[in-house]
Design a protein around this ligand. Structure first.
Ligand SMILES: Nc1ncnc2c1ncn2[C@@H]1O[C@H](COP(=O)(O)OP(=O)(O)OP(=O)(O)O)[C@@H](O)[C@H]1O
Length: 435
């Protein structure tokens, strides 16, 4: 490092410090200013030549450079109040041959609004990266993006092809992560309003006190944004009953062309609850239910269409390969045997997230049972729902339990302990099953 710096002329170092878009100050062990850049002086309204040699506290209000030196510890991203506003500063002690010889300070954000702006920028950038990472990315799904050849998925796709281009409201029911949103997006893309906006609003996360305004009121409302396009109302069952009445009125007014803030809107709804049962229980307005359910799509849970499992895993492994720069990822047959026994309460979304986690658990290409997350191991379906010879069922269960345990605990002593058997019993069983 020293050598490299020797190659830089003082003029170059000076330019770096003056143009680094930060304010710098360097003090000696007596807290006297050795260096301060011009920009900082300009802000402090002091001439540089007057500042050099002065005690830092006389030039920079509320400075803590001397404390950093006393403690010998850096203070990173510390709020610093100067001239009526908060800034963020770094203060670092300068140590030469084990001795503190001074300190170096820099103001990294001159104004907290700068910081807030950057922080918002980082947040949106991260969200964009995450969206890109998600299997569907942020472009709206098309029907072809929905993976599945099972009879139920084929039937759903067929229905969507027929009703997509119409203006009919649609209710899409199904457990979380089954692909309801993908179907909603496909319906929009099949319609003539596909160039207009697809706006979604999730009633389950909408604060009750803001829901009315957010949904219906003014030019910023979700309804106004969806004008000419599609409004996808997710988890519609979570809409408070009084707002259900307002929604019904609004749908009618929009149809009659008399709603003030929005023109033509197509409505799609989703729910992970059975709406008809909620109507029976008095928890969802019957009139609204009959108004919106002219087309009703039920997206099956993944466990009800396990024939799609291998298509889905192949598709997701391919996506993961692309995003991670990996090749040839493959599930071990034993791993598949295990995964297909799991109930997948989070459905297709859970399958994707699980595969992604499993890929991160291995550097190779084969995803063995050892990469399966623990909670899945512990929740595989028991064999109790099988029929056949009791002896066969018991052996099969024993084999499965042994395999699962050894995958998580390859150490035989530990595995025997987990299984509550002696080491010798475990060895006998391993021999019996050729493990
Ligand atoms: N058939 C499918 N083919 C490909 N990807 C799918 C399929 N079904 C779901 N996914 C993926 O699973 C994730 C969840 O899908 P989606 O958001 O459509 O589910 P959802 O039923 O609307 O979930 P929630 O009710 O929790 O909002 C998405 O990342 C989506 O890409």
């Amino acid at each position: 490092m020293k050598d490299w710096i020797q190659h830089l002329s003082t003029e170059v170092i000076d330019q770096i410090l003056e143009n680094a878009f930060q304010w710098f100050v360097v003090v000696d062990r007596e807290s006297k200013i050795l260096y301060i850049n011009e920009d900082y002086c300009h802000f402090l309204e002091v001439k540089r030549e007057d500042a050099i040699g002065q005690h830092v506290a006389d030039i920079i209000e509320n400075t803590e450079m001397h404390i950093v030196m006393e403690k010998g510890e850096a203070d990173i991203a510390a709020p610093h109040y100067i001239k009526g506003s908060y800034m963020l500063a770094n203060r670092v002690p300068l140590v030469v041959e084990g001795e503190i010889v001074g300190a170096f300070g820099s103001v990294i954000f001159r104004d907290m609004t700068d910081w807030k702006r950057l922080s918002a920028h980082v947040k949106t950038t991260m969200e964009r990266i995450e969206e890109k990472f998600s299997p569907t990315s942020h472009t709206l799904s098309r029907l072809e993006d929905i993976i599945g050849e099972s009879a139920s998925i084929r039937k759903l796709k067929e229905t969507v092809r027929m009703i997509g281009p119409t203006k009919l409201p649609v209710v899409i029911e199904g457990e979380t992560g089954t692909g309801k949103e993908m179907f909603a997006e496909s319906i929009h893309r099949l319609s003539e309003r596909s160039d207009a906006s697809f706006v979604k609003v999730n009633c389950a996360v909408l604060p009750a006190e803001l829901a009315e305004q957010e949904l219906f009121e003014g030019t910023d409302s979700k309804l106004a944004q969806a004008s000419g396009g599609t409004l996808y109302i997710e988890e519609v069952h979570a809409l408070p009953i009084p707002l259900q009445a307002k929604l019904l009125r609004t749908i009618t007014e929009i149809e009659q062309g008399v709603f003030a803030t929005a023109g033509d809107v197509r409505f799609l709804f989703s729910s992970n609850r059975n709406l008809s049962k909620l109507v029976d229980d008095g928890l969802f307005r019957e009139d609204l239910y009959y108004r919106i359910q002219s087309v009703y799509l039920k997206v099956p849970a993944l466990r009800e269409r396990m024939e799609d499992f291998s298509l889905l895993t192949r598709h997701f492994l391919h996506l993961i390969e692309q995003s991670e720069g990996r090749r040839g990822l493959k599930l071990d047959p034993k791993t598949v045997r295990h995964l297909v026994q799991y109930k997948w309460p989070g459905n297709v979304r859970e399958l994707f997230n699980t595969l992604r986690a499993m890929v991160f658990m291995t550097e190779g290409t084969r995803l063995t049972t050892a990469t399966i997350p623990m909670h899945i191991f512990q929740n595989v379906k028991a064999f109790s729902n099988q029929t056949g010879r009791l002896e066969d069922i018991l052996s099969q269960t024993e084999l499965q339990v042994l395999e699962n345990t050894l995958a998580v605990y390859p150490d035989k002593t530990e595995a025997a302990k987990v299984l509550g058997v002696s080491r010798s019993t475990l060895y006998e069983k391993l021999k019996k099953y050729n493990l």
